[in-house]
Design a protein around this ligand. Sequence first.
Ligand code: GDP
Ligand code: MG
Length: 439
Amino acid sequence: MVMDKLGSSLRDTLKKIARANRIDEKTISEVVKDIQRALLSADVNVKLVMQLSNRIKERASKEELTGRLGPREHIINIVYQELVAILGRPANVPLKGQTILMVGLQGSGKTTTSVKLARFFQKKGLKSAVVCADTYRPGAYDQLLQLCDKIGVAFYGEKDNSDAVEITRRGIVDMKRHDVIVVDTAGRHALESDLIREMELINEIAKAEQRLLVLDAAIGQQASEQAKAFNEAVGITGVVITKLDGTAKGGGALSAVADVGTSIAFIGTGETIDDLEKFEPDRFISRLLGMGDLKSLVEMMEEEPPIQEEDVEAMLKGKFTLKDMYKQMEAINKMGPIQKVMQMLPLGSFGVDLPDGALQSTKDTLTRFKYIMDSMTDEEMEDPHIIRSSRIRRISRGAGVPTEGVRELLKYHKLMQRAMKGVRNQKEMQKFLRKQGLK
Ligand code: GDP
Ligand code: MG
């Protein structure tokens, strides 16, 4: 999970919204304070935090409720959208032949990311190569050569040459038959003027279409200053934030991106070569908030509900009988691919676990269950607890299914009933699901 700590504080805030008795100014200002605290302790800079909180406050107080969103979902949606907005648009790194120059401090993950990128393009069918222009770090040549060999990516380096500019010049010529050339450079502990000078020279030679700054997610507020220096030297076209898989706070790097007015191209989420993702702000925030695809959920909530309000009311008040379950399954089926619908529900973030089986309710299951239920008495439908072995045998004969089929239905009902209970305990979820006709 990326940015664990920030994610969990933000999730707590959303839960608070979901559980609030009412959404008034006081609630909103508490929510905003919570978000501020969470972001500040994740190293997001004050300016950005203030900007975000003002936007949330303003929209929460001014915007009218529209469509099918209730006041709680409305606020959750605003928070989500504004978090996505501060990340900006992702940097555009097209899938085509190009030269990519990697810059950043030592240890930020340049070499690892160079190889990940070469791999990324290789998987898309482009021939990629890496040039080792790091002549400072002992072993840089061997590290890169080994990594490239492992994935069959071309490598250019000159082990005993200490002139990184010269190596780059020759490397680019030597590798010109390749579509994508990634130039990995050196970085030291702090920003030194000769390092910056070297960067400028390499940049002139490489004429790279992409100049990617690699930032470690663990970097704090000093990230902005570094980003500015590298930007002045080479004109950064995008940022790669690495090590987001760790416990790093991440906010320093995110703030630097906003400060310099650049955008994130990729994120590194692990040590292996395939742990690189194209950066997508919505996905990133949904994941951070543990919400599945909230955007589609909201869009869907604005469409017609597949079952009637009265049915839903009855289900919520009642004891969740087999009839209710059937109606519910039917409704869910009408909404399209069940897995998709379920993934979009932020159930997890509200502390409700849906049984695994709930995701497997296909049309077939529905038909099978219908046959079985047709062989039940009204009494059994209303109160499935009375269905024991002898009744199971009778129902199974009547429906022409094995006894396991009947047991499966009863088990599914039990699981759903338990989940419903969890839901019912949470006022907000009741409303949430009701709006979509899921319950
Ligand atoms: P460089 O000095 O900038 O070239 O940094 P390296 O590529 O040598 O990486 C420094 C360390 O960070 C290595 O131990 C890498 O395995 C590790 N690293 C790089 N990217 C990631 C990442 O996305 N996640 C994790 N967990 N580790 C990473
Ligand atoms: Mg390196």
